[in-house]
Ligand binder design. Structure first.
Ligand code: ADP
Ligand code: MG
Length: 295
């Protein structure tokens, strides 16, 4: 494969987190750093002449522990002892939680590849580092993120529809991304590729599942709606969830983006208006009675 100019420079000094992969022969050289964020540092590496992407997870202390439990709820833990330990938040519990965090992304990637979702192909996890396919643009450079590019209304409509299918397939595979946004979607020559899945949520076992799905779906709506405003009217989250809960969602489900809220559910405003009408009528009756008495 032809390499883009941005990845041809001399190898960089080896970051500490990648040393074990060099020592164990999984990585030959580190080409360059792609991004260093709060939760992970991402590098382009050379593995036997092939460029790959290496994601080095930060330790919990650097990452901040705050919202982890919300995402991990409903995940299968290795044993009941581990599950109890996680509940207590002792040292063992933290280690279990830490290992889960570092394995969750590769597990989600394998599952999603199997479900036909466009994600980078995973290779392995070793010493807290995920090695995966490097998503590249048509020139061989690392693919841009959705937020980095200007898109036409036509592209927005096409890619929005594509993302709704991707989210449907994920949900059929039992997963919700949980942090889907224009920052976690790359654009390669063929279109969107979804990345960044350590927090992926188990749709069946998590009480926040619908809220997470709705946020993911509506983030996509807002992003693509900037270029194609008619998308802002769509209601995919409710439609998806209703089919999912009824056990009727399939990877080929044809979604409409329209959602009729249940007509048999009480409409609070209508009920209040009705009560107000009744009250006014009763008042009028009372007034007529008083007028008649006064005559
Ligand atoms: N497989 C990949 N191929 C190309 N670039 C990637 C890949 N994975 C991550 N990146 C780049 O690294 C950045 C950070 O990765 P991400 O998984 O989103 O971690 P985080 O947002 O937690 O730092 C992404 O925005 C993207 O630019
Ligand atoms: Mg990210």
């Amino acid at each position: 494969m032809r390499l883009g100019s941005a990845v041809k420079s001399a190898p960089m000094k080896i970051p500490k987190g990648l040393q074990p992969l060099i020592d164990d022969g999984m990585v030959d050289t580190v080409v360059r750093s792609l991004k260093s964020g709060k939760e992970a540092s991402v590098y382009i590496v050379d593995c036997g002449g092939r460029l790959r992407c290496a994601k080095v997870y930060k330790e919990a202390e650097q990452r901040g522990f705050h919202k982890l439990a919300q995402y991990q709820e409903g995940r299968k833990t290795r044993s009941s002892r581990d599950a109890r330990a996680m509940g207590r938040r002792g040292r063992h519990g933290r280690r279990v939680q830490e290992a889960e965090w570092k394995n969750a992304e590769v597990e989600a990637l394998y599952r999603l590849v199997g479900a036909g979702v466009r994600v980078p192909a995973p290779h392995l996890v070793h010493e807290g580092v995920l090695l995966m396919e490097l998503v590249q643009d048509e020139r061989g450079d690392p693919a841009p993120r959705l937020n980095d590019v200007d898109i036409t209304a036509e592209q927005a409509r096409k890619w929005h529809a594509f993302m709704m299918v991707q989210i449907t397939r994920m949900l059929c595979a039992g997963l919700i991304h949980g942090d889907l946004s224009e920052f976690n979607v790359l654009l390669d020559a063929a279109g969107p590729v979804i990345i960044d899945l350590p927090q992926a949520v188990n749709a069946a076992g998590n009480n926040n599942a619908f809220a997470m799905l709705e946020r993911d779906v509506n983030n996509m709506r807002a992003t693509f709606g900037r270029a194609a405003p008619e998308l802002l009217e769509t209601q995919y989250a409710h439609e998806l969830w209703k089919l999912y809960e009824a056990g009727e969602l399939t990877p080929d489900s044809l979604l409409t983006g329209r959602f009729a809220h249940d007509p048999t559910a009480p409409d609070v405003n209508a009920v209040l208006e009705h009560i107000e009408d009744e009250r006014r009528e009763a008042e009028a009756r009372q007034r007529r009675r008083e007028e008649a008495d006064a005559v």
